[in-house]
Design a binder for this molecule. Structure first.
Ligand code: FES
Length: 149
């Protein structure tokens, strides 16, 4: 191998610094925009609310493991979904006036009954979570097939 000149060394060092800087910015950004699936959900159910203080028509965004979850008390009972939009991972919210789940980023709309897409760009429904009441408390849990082993 030939001698490495000072100029060659500076070029290599410059490229190494550029690649490192680019990776330091893009890797976390991609991880934020494309969060992993529900496999990172807690192994055990999480108590999220007092059932008596959660009337029909209300919703809450709660922390469920690494990601937020949206819990809605519909007239047909409690429903829970990942609050991470399936389009570009914005956090969805409940609109009590329209009775729909909305994504504020690109006007995506979801059905609170099953999390399906009503309108907008989201490619798939919201990921459903299990929700139940026990001892007067509302619990959220990963669906059985997604529950960590
Ligand atoms: S991120 Fe939700 S509609 Fe685009």
């Amino acid at each position: 191998m030939g001698d490495v000149t000072r100029r060659d060394f500076m070029k290599i060092a410059g490229w190494a610094a550029a690649v490192t800087s680019f990776s330091a910015v893009t890797v976390p950004l991609i991880a934020y925009l494309y969060p992993k699936d529900l496999s990172e959900t807690p192994a055990d159910p999480v108590m999220v609310a007092d059932a008596s203080a959660f009337p029909v028509g209300e919703a809450r965004v709660v922390q469920f493991g690494r990601y937020p979850a949206l819990i809605i008390h519909t007239s047909d009972g409690l429903r829970a979904y990942s609050a991470v939009c399936t389009h570009f991972a914005c956090i969805v919210k409940w609109n009590a006036e329209t009775g729909e789940i909305e994504c504020p980023c690109h006007e995506g709309y979801f059905d609170p009954a099953d999390g399906s897409v009503l309108a907008g760009p989201p490619p798939t429904p919201l990921a459903a979570l299990d929700v139940y009441t026990e001892g007067g408390q509302v619990y959220v849990a990963a669906p059985q097939e997604d529950a960590p082993q």
